[in-house]
Design a protein around this ligand. Structure first.
Ligand SMILES: Nc1ncnc2c1ncn2[C@@H]1O[C@H](COP(=O)(O)OP(=O)(O)OP(=O)(O)O)[C@@H](O)[C@H]1O
Length: 546
């Protein structure tokens, strides 16, 4: 067993504790001196196995030697980083068991802390079920946030916060305001959770964990979905928390995440090994994800004079919730063959704007000018509209059904033909199209040769998060839709999957297909000459590069 110690609940007064929580979360204090320097993480030399797998099955990692000392700042990187982080959470077996426990700083103290109570993870690589979503993996209606909020979705951010820490201490209003302020969430505390944007939701998850006051907080891919302004704010906050031990922080970073300056050490999990050491002593290069050939769009339809027919036309579009104006007077025309990069800070209204185009937003019916595929939105049934749009988004990813055993990968991809979320019988032509897409974008293309043939037969829910993202991209492509909306489409994918998907989007789409690509990472955009539309302060700014 991984966790050897059970900590007795501590009996310190609630008020003293919560005052201390507020104090420790504040900036500008020097770290407390720590004469008892314990190892934070210790794996002297061990192999790591999946639980339940009999000897002599090959280990997940062989000959791991990893020691994280107080005062060091570590990031875990590499294609197998999530498995290494899972090991810290007790999901895998460490053999032999580290004699002082995996976390000597917790277990070597008197009385010891139980890591179950004091080590937490916020993971954006394996996405969590949205609070309020049905248990058991059934599909839920992610468009609920756009209409009248239902009773069960009414829970606000403030109501979703813990009232007690992991160790039973009270979380006060001052604690909540302190953390909300640092994560720029003060203005959202009274909003229903469903109303929060993707970036706001991610910051809210970090907030919840901080209020629970773990002793070690692991953040897997914390920069996913954050805009360029929020990234340094979050990293600064994490660094300050780390040096004050409130709590200690361990980061899991994606290949394209620049290493924060304050990271001193790396653990690289790759090919069944874990290399550890000072960051400069290891051979680790951040992936650039820029287009390999760097050429501008060859597609002639980017030229204004030769642009194709209108696919979407918006004039004077507005969306407001009570006194909160989210979109104000937006004008935008998308034409056949266009490649758009839609960007803007977290909460600027990107998802809202796209939900008008996909017909998910009830206010799409009341816009003065919203023409889709040459017709007013009102004249198009939503189902008919959605069959012409291939759509990937974090909201759709989270809502996609993951019942066990549920849909197979092939069945999940096939739901794209009718833009549904449940099993539909397939024709031979549909299977042929799926085979074609699998050959170009599936496991054989990103180098997973083992079991590649059977990849599409397994349950969708069993895929890794990156593989699920690939399957949902295939789902969006099945119908050769006139409009593709790709919102954070590469989330969770590894380097190779991203390269393959980018090459496909660059070279294999039909000339007439229009694409709206949403990302906070400029380097993810597959086309060097994409048009740009930026949202901010409720309005839009257009940039054409021809
Ligand atoms: N029902 C609602 N009531 C009040 N505000 C809402 C509601 N729904 C959305 N909002 C607000 O509208 C704003 C725009 O949200 P949206 O999801 O469109 O942002 P975004 O640009 O996609 O953000 P991100 O980059 O974080 O995904 C957010 O500030 C959000 O809190």
């Amino acid at each position: 067993m991984l966790y050897l110690w059970i900590a007795p609940r501590r009996a310190t007064s609630v008020n003293t504790r919560s005052t201390r929580l507020s104090r420790l979360l504040s900036y500008g204090k020097s770290p407390k001196s720590n004469t008892d320097v314990y190892s934070v993480i210790s794996i002297p030399r061990a192999d790591i196995y999946r639980f339940g797998e009999a000897h002599p099955s090959p280990p997940l990692f062989k000959d791991v030697e990893w020691e994280v000392k107080d005062g060091q700042t570590w990031a875990v990187v590499g294609p197998e980083k999530t498995a290494l982080l899972e090991t810290l959470l007790g999901h895998h077996r460490v053999a032999p068991n580290p004699p002082a426990g995996l976390f000597p700083f917790l277990t070597a103290r008197t009385p010891p802390f139980d890591p179950h109570d004091t080590v937490s993870i916020v993971s954006f690589s394996t996405r969590n079920r949205r609070p309020g979503a049905p248990a058991g993996g059934a599909f839920y209606d992610y468009s609920a946030r756009y209409g009248a909020v239902r009773e069960e979705d009414r829970i606000t951010l403030r109501e979703s916060l813990p009232s007690q820490t992991r160790l039973g201490e009270e979380v006060t209003d001052a604690d909540v305001r302190g953390v909300a302020g640092k994560l720029e969430l003060e203005g959202f505390l009274e909003l229903p959770l469903v109303a929060l944007s993707n970036g706001q939701t991610r910051r809210a998850s970090v907030m919840r964990e901080l209020l629970e006051r773990p002793r070690l907080l692991i953040l897997d891919e914390p920069l996913t979905g954050l805009d360029v302004i929020q990234r340094p704010i979050l990293l600064d906050l994490l660094y300050n928390l780390h040096i004050h031990h409130t709590p200690r922080i361990l980061l899991g970073l994606r290949p394209q995440d620049a290493l924060p300056k304050w990271i001193t050490h790396l653990a690289i999990a790759k090919d069944g090994t874990v290399k550890t050491g000072l960051r400069d002593s290891l051979d680790y290069v951040v992936a650039s994800h820029t287009s390999k050939d760097g050429t501008l769009l060859k597609n002639k339809t980017q030229n204004e004079a030769k642009r194709g027919k209108e696919v979407v036309s918006l004039k004077g579009v507005r969306v407001a919730y009570h006194d909160r104006q989210v979109l104000n007077d937006i004008n935008w025309t998308i034409r056949e063959g266009d490649r758009w990069h839609l960007h803007g800070p977290n909460g600027s209204g990107k998802t809202t704007l796209l939900s008008l185009i996909t017909g998910d937003h009830p206010q799409s019916y009341v816009q003065k000018h919203l023409q889709l595929f040459g017709q007013p939105r009102k004249r198009l049934a939503t189902a008919q509209l959605q069959q012409r749009i291939g759509h990937v988004s974090p909201e759709l990813y989270n809502a996609f059904p993951r019942r066990q055993p549920g849909l197979s990968v092939r069945e999940a991809i096939a739901t794209g033909f009718e833009s549904t979320f449940s099993y539909r019988p397939r024709t031979q032509a549909m299977d042929d199209r799926i085979d074609e897409l699998l050959a170009e974008l599936g496991p054989a293309a990103w180098g997973k040769t083992k079991d590649a043939k059977k990849w599409d037969e397994q349950p969708f829910a069993n895929l890794t998060p990156g593989e699920q993202s690939v399957a949902l991209l295939l789902r969006a492509l099945t119908n050769r839709p006139s409009l593709l909306i790709l919102d954070e489409v590469f989330a969770g994918m590894d380097d190779r999957m991203v390269e393959v998907a980018k090459a496909y989007l660059r070279d294999r789409l039909d000339e007439t297909q229009a694409v709206v690509f949403v990302t906070h990472w400029e380097e993810e955009v597959p086309w060097a000459g994409a048009r740009r539309i930026r949202l901010g302060d409720g309005s839009a700014e257009l940039m054409y590069i021809d």
